[in-house]
Ligand binder design. Sequence first.
Ligand code: HPA
Length: 310
Amino acid sequence: MRKIAIIGGTGIYSPETLQCFEEKVIQTPYGAALCNIGTMCGNQVIFITRHGVGHKTAPHKVNYRANIWALKSLGTEEIFATTAVGSLNPDMEPGHFVVCDQVLDFTKSRINTFYDNPERGVAHVDFTNPYCPRLRDKVINCLYKTDIIFHKKGCYVCTEGPRFETAAEIKMFAMLGGDLVGMTNMPESLLAREAEMCYTNCSIVTNMAAGISPTPLSHSEVVEAMDKSITMITIGTIKGFIIINTNPITFCFTLFLIIGIILFYTYYLICAFFHIFFSCIIDIRSIINSVIIYITFVSLEISSLSHIHT
Ligand code: HPA
């Protein structure tokens, strides 16, 4: 069983993707983190809504360390995070999705490491590629299955917030190679790297950035841009991401089970047919019985294998 975490940004507040989820408060050395834990397609899925229920926590106030520590303590291996962003790149328009591959960090006052305590020592992690390439590929594969226009690469500029940027700042970010601007990917992605978990991001463009947009920016504009259809596509992408993570052995087991059930009903239909029309069910039954016994054995064999591999 894989342990996957979803961090939902603006517009993604409820764990609709999870079956039988349970809300749990996880205590960490940095404070409490609220996690929703459930299962989907044989994977354990943990959902955190970054800004809290009702979007009450501003980007610079999010307890990134508690969230990431909690996910690590629950055994998470992979994190898929969504973020609403402004765009500095004319090709990346509102409604487009971007699977970012780079970050420019312009945050100022956030504690961005777990290694600020002498007892834990000093660590300098490699951050050449801030997002896991393997997970990025999975998100890209999921997005190919949607109608959404998406970009396979992009440079995310993380600002401190909570204010939006000035027109001059946006001009500077564009000159530096930034494509998108948001307030939450740092230090989230860096802490995940320090905690040795794979992390990837799907950015949803909600507006053109300050100075490019013809109108002043507002938070309600960002929230409204994450309308029902965009939220549904984002949730669809999250579901796709979880399904893609399903262990092939678990998948084969489920497939065998479905085939088994279909054969079982076919068996009774055939028997009923022979019984009604020819009254000679004995021979047919003995042949089909041996097929069913064989299928049951193969399924049991595969289910025991799936325990070993998950
Ligand atoms: N700037 C910063 N953060 C954002 C923006 C923006 O324009 N849009 C959505 N999040």
